[in-house]
Design a protein around this ligand. Structure first.
Ligand code: HEM
Length: 456
């Protein structure tokens, strides 16, 4: 006899589960959290299984992951990303992941780190200049632009700035278009009439043409692989010894760009926001940064010593995980903990809910970086914290992202004083990633030298 799970209907009799559909992030911290860790939400003729249960998560993402594919929300992404690592499945995904993985090994990341520090230094210099005339800035836009510069530099080191800024514009506009098609599919037919689809296609054609030219030029070069594009271009499939096709390279490059900046940017924005609200944590963080770095730019070796900086970042991504959920669908009927998961249903793994489960966190709703000290880390199940997902499809860029966030956070808090300026509360909005709904405005000043450094 199969078991059953509770069914969450919520308060709206016409649209059961409306609370979940309208804001899955808020739901995960409110009604979802109190309802349980594995339950069903009816959604018209579909069943959605909401979960923060570690056994269920392990089953779907790890032990039985071959029985599952990514959820429908990813399919629209194919319009822009093609068949890259995020959107592909099965054998295609496996071969490409194997080929791409070495580009993200520590030794390769050390090379990319040099490019990152160059961008971070230039950004801080530029910020110092800009705040001479305008101290109030939108921090989410700032972080978006610096993380986009970093990933573009890591991908296409020698690209010219004008082309990079056009590529960036296209990515922003096309993401907006795809979001519209995902959230409001009924508007899609209008986009063929009002020119939005044509503009999207034209932009993508320009992007592709440009990328293919770049790939052709790179193929002719024989120098060492010093950016992600070259690394992918020189890599060979294990089974055939062949390189990636141009089309596949295009799909992977655009995927890495899309996946590689918005998440880090949101992670950093939330971290800076939390620090403005917790001066005591900011002080402790700065003491570490000052002690380890003095006035140097962090070297690759320094990152290992910036342990509290890392704890602050991890804790911020616990409270505000940039990827707040992952979704999967079973290819065939499956069973988890005795519960039937029929084909056509969806499993919604709530990372935000899991990250605040009192079973695993001493202070679930507080900003408390000590959650990540060695002792607490040791005493917690590994999967209780998964901002980068879990199992074979775990984020390929996790070390890249952490390295970038540590570098930028250390440089920003060392050089600037940040103060939140707002007349409304900062609330999280779950779009593709978890963003601050109305942005985060901050007043930024050159940092006053702290008394503990012995200088007045
Ligand atoms: C704080 C920053 C980041 C967060 C929170 C994040 C989160 C995630 C998560 C949760 C997944 C798994 C999605 C799923 O299983 O459905 C994922 C996949 C992925 N991420 Fe990230 N990511 C970040 C940064 C990056 C960066 C910097 C890159 C590349 C430079 C990147 C590239 C990818 C790719 C290619 C995948 C698909 C992997 C696969 O399926 O093989 N991410 N990311």
């Amino acid at each position: 006899m199969p078991s059953t799970v509770p069914i969450f209907k919520g308060k709206n009799p016409i649209l059961p589960g409306a609370e979940f559909i309208s804001d899955p992030y808020k739901f995960s911290l409110g009604p979802g959290r109190s309802f349980g860790d594995f339950f069903q939400i009816p959604f018209f003729f579909r069943k959605i299984f909401f979960t923060t249960n570690l056994e269920v998560i392990k089953h779907v993402l790890q032990t039985h992951q071959k029985k599952y594919v990514k959820s429908i929300a990813y399919r629209n992404l194919k319009l822009a990303l093609g068949n890259g690592l995020i959107t592909s499945e099965g054998e295609t995904w496996r071969r490409n992941r194997k080929l791409a993985q070495p580009a993200f090994y520590k030794t390769q990341l050390e090379g990319l780190y040099q490019a990152m520090t160059g961008v971070a230094e230039r950004y801080c210099q530029d910020l110092t200049e800009r705040i001479k005339t305008n101290v109030t800035l939108e921090i989410t836009e700032e972080m978006m632009s610096v993380t986009a510069d970093i990933v573009l530099k890591a991908l296409f080191s020698s690209e010219n700035p004008a082309a990079i800024s056009e590529m960036y514009r296209i990515m922003v506009d096309s993401q907006e278009y795809i979001m519209m098609r995902t959230i409001a599919p009924y508007l899609t037919p209008f986009s063929y009439i009002n020119g939005k689809h044509r503009r999207f296609r034209k932009d993508m054609d320009w992007f592709d043409g440009h990328l293919y030219n770049l790939i052709n030029e790179r193929r002719k070069e024989s120098g060492p692989a010093n950016d992600l594009l070259s690394m992918l271009l020189h890599a060979r499939y294990e089974d055939t010894g062949e390189p990636m096709s141009d089309q596949q390279l295009r799909d992977e490059a655009i995927t890495l760009f899309a996946a590689g900046h918005e998440t880090s940017s949101n992670g950093l924005s939330w971290t800076l926001y939390l620090l403005t609200q917790h001066p005591e944590i900011m002080q402790k963080l700065r003491m570490e940064v000052d002690r380890v770095l003095g006035d140097r730019t962090p070297s690759f070796e320094d990152l290992r010593k910036l342990t509290y900086t890392m704890q602050v970042i991890q804790e911020s991504m616990r409270l505000y995980p940039p990827a707040f959920a992952v979704g999967r669908e079973p290819l065939e009927d499956d069973e988890i903990l005795g519960v039937k998961i029929p084909k056509g249903s969806a499993v919604f793994i709530s990372i935000s809910g899991l990250h605040r489960d009192p079973k695993y966190w001493e202070r679930p709703d507080e900003f408390y970086p000590t959650h990540f000290d060695t002792e607490n880390e040791r005493n917690r199940p590994r999967m209780a914290y998964m901002p980068f997902g879990a199992g074979p499809r775990m984020c390929i860029g996790n070390h890249f992202a952490l390295m970038e966030m540590q570098l930028l956070l250390a440089m920003l808090v060392r050089q600037f004083d940040l103060e939140l300026v707002t007349n409304r509360p900062v609330v999280a909005q779950p779009l593709i990633t978890l963003k601050p709904k109305h942005g985060i405005k901050m007043r930024i000043h050159p940092r006053k030298i702290p008394a503990y450094m012995g200088i007045e």
